[in-house]
Design a protein around this ligand. Structure first.
Ligand code: G3P
Length: 217
């Protein structure tokens, strides 16, 4: 499973990238706003750092302007994936941009039927939002399972990019189901390392190291 980092914070991307844990990056208007930087400038900085797909989202809502914006975004770097919303106009833009040979990430997906349309429009990635479904007491993971089943039934090559990941369990469940990619905030990815028994075990080892004065260097 590929790990994308869901942020526009360069330092956080660089830290995970140095560990080989960044297969791509996703941004959205809210993350660009949070970074306080210009979209073109910060997206270029991310692309300079990361080899994998970097999603940059259009701002328009009509297909023609989305296509123009997408064509400008792909000039930033070869690894740009144009992110478009899952609307009828977004699907039109997806079809044109993917036919042009560009990667397209169709975002704000909340149903399997939407995911089916995105695949038929040639999306490279479909982004179902798990956390936001959980927020309204629906089952985000059930959506990932449904999309996996449907895409496998018909051999769609669109990659399932599980998004709006809030917890380590979202990542584990996505991996179990077979999502192709997860995108998560750096803090959620880093928190995967924690286990209380690891901390407890290390404390015991450290106590014995001190008691026995064990030294290597
Ligand atoms: O990748 C989409 C993601 O940024 C949305 O996450 O937590 O705002 O629902 P969230």
């Amino acid at each position: 499973m590929k790990f994308f980092v869901d942020t526009a914070e360069i330092d956080a991307i660089a830290e995970l990238n140095d560990l080989g844990m960044v297969d791509g990056v996703t941004t959205n208007p809210s993350l660009i706003k949070k970074s306080g930087r210009d979209i073109i400038e910060v997206t270029k900085a991310i692309c300079d750092l990361v080899d994998g797909p970097v999603s940059a989202e259009v701002t328009a809502t009509d297909a023609d302007t989305m296509i123009k914006e997408g064509r400008k975004l792909v000039e930033i770097a070869e690894n740009i994936a144009v992110k478009v919303p899952l609307t009828w106009d977004g699907l039109k833009a997806c079809k044109v941009l993917s036919d042009d040979g560009h990667m397209v990430n169709v975002t704000l997906c909340f149903s399997a039927n939407q995911a089916l349309l995105a695949a038929k429009a040639g999306a490279t990635f479909i982004s179902p939002f798990i956390g936001r479904l959980d927020d309204i007491n629906l089952d985000g993971m059930e959506l990932i399972e449904d999309i996996r089943t449907i895409y496998d039934n018909y051999g769609f090559e669109t990659q399932i990019l599980a998004a709006s990941i809030r917890t380590v369990n979202h990542i584990l469940d996505s991996a179990r189901i077979g999502a192709d990619v997860i995108t998560a905030p750096p803090a959620v990815i880093k928190s995967m390392v924690h286990h209380p028994l690891t901390d407890k075990g290390l404390d015991a080892f450290l106590a014995d190291i001190k008691a026995a004065d064990i030294k290597i260097l």
